[in-house]
Design a protein around this ligand. Sequence first.
Ligand SMILES: Cc1ncc(COP(=O)(O)O)c(C=O)c1O
Length: 392
Amino acid sequence: MTFITDIVSTNVLESSVSGIKEMTMLSARVEDAALLTWGLPSFRTPEYIREGVKGYLDSDLAAGKYTLPDGLPELRKLAAEAYKADTSIEVDADENVMISAGNMQALNTLFHTMLDPGDEIILTDPCFASHIQQINLFSGTPVYWPLVEDKDWSLDVDLLPDLITDKTQAIVLVSPSNPTGKIFSREELMRVGEIAKQHNILIIIDDPYSDFVYENRDKYFNLASVEELKEHMVYLYSFSKSYAMGGWRLSYMIMPAELKRQAIKVHDATMICAPRISQLAGIIALSQPSNHKQEFEAILAGRRELIYQRLDNVPHVFSNQKPEGAYYIFPKIIAAHTNSKEFSIDLLNNAKVAVTPGSAFGPSGEHHVRIAYCVEEDTINRAFDRIEKYFS
Ligand SMILES: Cc1ncc(COP(=O)(O)O)c(C=O)c1O
């Protein structure tokens, strides 16, 4: 212990980097590791966006400047239009829309805005690892809502009312889900919406993956499209995956006007604004037609088939279950092991394959691993050749 640990806050001391990044960092030390940890798609930002940004850099004298904390009006207007096209819900670009530096920053802003110590946020279990960490960093309490593994990780809405207390502020939903790839059904989501409204709590939809639903387009339902829930709804759309813009750090937030008036204070005090150059890229992304999303989805569909087949060949190592959307699969570990973390570290050190331990995604994730199949087919094949050999 040095004096540094004395001056670091308890919340930070007790926190750690996510299991996803931890494994990614560990694998960087293993030469030629096959990396299936990070949800970082192999795609390049589409050309029309890259070219458009070059144009702005040459012609827009303000391109290097700050914007207002809620983002460029033109991008907010385009976001409102995109939201209307997706959900049929009308929102006001000034009152309801805020541009953020990715959904992670958007969530951070929301939790910062909402949480007093001990306030509760309901998370599905398993859920995205960073949701847990962010809530803890703001002295909030994540409350786990276990998904039903036997029903392909669907919601058990009957459990929800008992999880709600007078400290509950919001329920976070991700569909298609990270880490399970599950698309929650319309009926389940509608019931969640009713319960949230009845108890006056917010629903936060964290949406990086709704463009990747494969043959399940008809099953996908965006709860944000329910007009009666408008005042209880926060919808976060990320450009990271659908536009292969993870490094640009860009997202839009749609929320009730009063919440935006509060959240803008946090944006202003903590980040000033999302990077202007990325906002300009967002204007190009949303204002020009492009079929790259369908192309990405078609490529990911091929990788999903491949990983599904490769998992079928190792039933003594992992269970298999076809994910409905996103680009993750969350098999149970069948091979002998103590816990998912030790299993993952052993797999990395001995087979040079990096996966994320399921325990990083909440208590129900233990004894599973998350495999991200957004990488090139070569990497998937190399990883599974090694897994087959190691467990032969
Ligand atoms: C559920 C979920 N939310 C948020 C993020 C991060 O999104 P962004 O790049 O927009 O911050 C991810 C990335 O993997 C994710 O899976």
